[in-house]
Design a protein. Sequence first.
Length: 489
Amino acid sequence: MGVLSVERGQDRWIHARSRPRAVRTIFLGLLLVFGLHMILWRQHNHSIHQRRIPISQDREWCRLEHNASSHEPALPVRAAEPKAYSTDFWSTSDGRIQHYTLVRPTTVPPPEQAVLILSVTRDEESFGRNPTEAPRTFRNYLDFITTSTPPETQISLAVLTSSATEFAKYVHILTPPNDESSQESELRSAHTIRRNRTADYFDFDFHRVTLILHTVDTRPDDKSQYDSVRALRHGMPQHDRRAHIAKLRNYLQTTALHQETHLLWLDADVYKFSSPTMVETMMKRTTTSPTRDVGILTARCAIGEHDLAEAWLSEHPDFILPAAPQPGDDEESVKTKLEMRGAPGGRYEILAHKTNAQESYDLNAWIGRRYTPNNIEQEMLWEDKASWEPSHALGRTLMVHDAIRGTADDDLVRLDAVGGTLLMIRADLVRMGLIFTPGYFVGMTWEHGEGYDGIETEGICVMSRSFSRDGKSSCYAMGGDWAVYHTIW
């Protein structure tokens, strides 16, 4: 009996010791099952994330996608989360210069595909208008860029304006409704822009947007002759106007350029390219090759829809453009002619100019020779920049439409000067110091400073010689039928 009791006691003691082991075994088993479950769940969730696709701006609730390689069933994907932007605002103490930047870190394009599109505007008329059509707006400008250029994720946009009202509009239109910054709110309040944020917002996928307000005027005090933003681009005098534009261009491109390999300068009133692949083609051709350095590339600038201009003229049969003031006219004659013509650069004058320029509107794109001032003219020029207007040597200069005549679409034609309607520029040249010259670059001296020719876009081609291997201009034009179209007004 005693022996039996001892054996039973030992048996109970052995079972008691084995219980913790059983508990530990069960716990470890449950932990292993839970770990396997988490691993399988993470793999499944990762595969769903890989198949998730962005939702376009039509705001559909979901979209189906089929994985052709794995033949997995299509998965419903809910509308994308609101796009993530970072914003930054900077201003001078007097508010005359302001910077507003929006960046989407998730859309960083490969450097070789990144392009910065730049434009300078003055006011709401900068976007132009065609006859029988409503005036174009900033929205039309954005629509054109998003439908006529590479994918938006490869694009950064930079716009500089001298209008505080326009600047506030740009900020208002491009700031996401659910990401309105305090600066944007203050801008809208200051300029009484009270509209529906969701309705006004322009949904975009640009990598970065740089908006700049620049109201510091670098021109002389007497600016009455430049009051119209659509002032006739080729009348006298031009020196001060083009010098001011050159400074604004340089300010914008040096401020906005980041990792992009190309810059595309685009006039705000351009509304059509001759081909939807024009920008991509220009990027591919603006490069260095064993045979030539293409640093700056442009295309023929057409006047727009010529039939629209003809239609407008047919509706206004009494339209006659009075003679322009001429050197030697007395003060009364000048006053009378200006009153008859309207404001310099007015719509009548612009229309007449464009309908006369049937093949090319850009008179700053050419190859050849220009007149050089004699000693007397040079002395006068040093005293008064308006006393001299650079001009083409008779019979020794070809405008761009003549220079590319008979060429094919694959051809490139070297130019001595370009205009600013459409310019593709290699970003590495800008980083090394290429600028739009803010004065007459040709003929500069230590004593007198500016020379007699080569300002703004024409000067950039002269400066490009310093960056080319053969010492010649690295400005070229696309041959064949490539063209860019301005509005009539």
